[in-house]
Design a protein around this ligand. Structure first.
Ligand code: MN
Length: 312
């Protein structure tokens, strides 16, 4: 595998309709045409801020972990493990699909409510992708302080993995980090990084520039940093929030289709058929009276994996 080395590649968010009865759309940054993964992070959606009655009905996942991180509002999560929980700002829902799980995500009540959230997927490696499903809710995540070069120190909430010696209690299957970084206007910090990991910085709010060249972070997009860095400079031109994604480069070629992360066309076809057949592999999410999201039709061609760029 060729390593990317230090890079500064902007990835713009694109509007993606989620479909369903209530037309909703999200802004998707990963996977992008230019880059399928950052570490094992293979999917980054921003939902909102929008006023909405969210009704994401039961749907299946395989081969991944879903990371739900609300920025505004509350989300009710129900799944085939019997979990029924409400997620608030500052808390993490982590669902590990393994060989198969299904869940629903609703806003609270029946009226429209202001919602904004990140939803990310982490690809599971070969050793754990066929394991049992699991769910974790973390309401007490560790916060690291990064000393400022100018202005106020930055606060880093370690949502997943590890950052500068601070470790999230959430279960990970490959070396990675997902962390929310909060900066005050005028502050400049050097975020410590692991040189063997690749990273990206996703924009959440405010005006931020990255690296010594003062490269602007694309609004609601991401700046890919590559690997080979021991730190990266972040300058906040206003009060700002960003989300740091990183990890050991994920070298397995992923085949992503609908809500599934696999390796081969055949296993995706089987997972789709199992969902459509109400197979025990996925089960039913209680409380939905059989309502669920049907799988879309498969394309007429064979599904092929997304390959990482040949860095040169
Ligand atoms: Mn889902």
């Amino acid at each position: 595998m060729t390593r990317p080395g230090p890079r500064l590649i902007p990835l713009e968010a694109r509007e993606v309709p989620l479909g369903g009865l209530r037309a909703m759309s999200v802004q998707r940054v990963l996977p992008s045409r230019d880059l399928p993964t950052i570490g094992a992070w293979c999917f980054l959606d921003r939902f909102g801020p929008q006023r909405v009655t969210m009704r994401v009905e039961p749907h299946p996942h395989i081969g991944l972990q879903t990371v739900t991180w609300p920025l505004t509002g509350s989300i009710r999560h129900r799944d085939t493990l019997g979990v029924d929980t409400v997620l608030e700002v500052g808390q993490l829902n982590l669902m590990t699909a393994g060989a198969g799980v299904a869940h629903s995500e609703y806003s609270l009540g029946t009226d429209e409510t202001l919602l904004d959230a990140l939803q990310l997927w982490i690809a599971l490696p070969e050793a754990s992708r066929d394991g049992a499903p699991a769910f974790e809710h973390h309401a007490d995540l560790p916060v690291a302080q990064v000393p400022a070069l100018h202005g106020a120190d930055a606060s880093v909430t370690v949502v997943m993995g590890r950052f500068a010696g601070t470790r999230s209690p959430a279960t990970t299957h490959t070396p990675l980090v997902g962390a929310q970084v909060t900066l005050a206007a005028g502050s400049v910090v050097d975020l410590p990084l692991e040189s063997a990991w690749e990273y990206g910085i996703a924009h959440i709010a405010g005006e931020v520039a990255v690296a010594t060249g003062d490269v602007p972070l694309p609004d609601r997009g991401l700046l890919y940093l590559g690997d080979g860095r021991t730190e990266v400079r972040i300058s906040a031109h206003s009060d700002a929030t960003v989300f740091l994604l990183g990890g050991e480069p994920f070298t397995e070629n992923l085949l992503m289709w609908w809500n599934f992360v696999g390796r081969t066309h055949e296993e995706i076809v089987t997972a789709r058929a199992d969902w459509e057949a109400h197979a025990a592999r996925f089960g039913e999410v209680p409380g939905h009276d059989g309502v669920r999201i049907p799988a879309p039709p498969l394309p007429g061609t064979r599904l092929t994996p997304r390959r990482r760029p040949a860095w040169g």
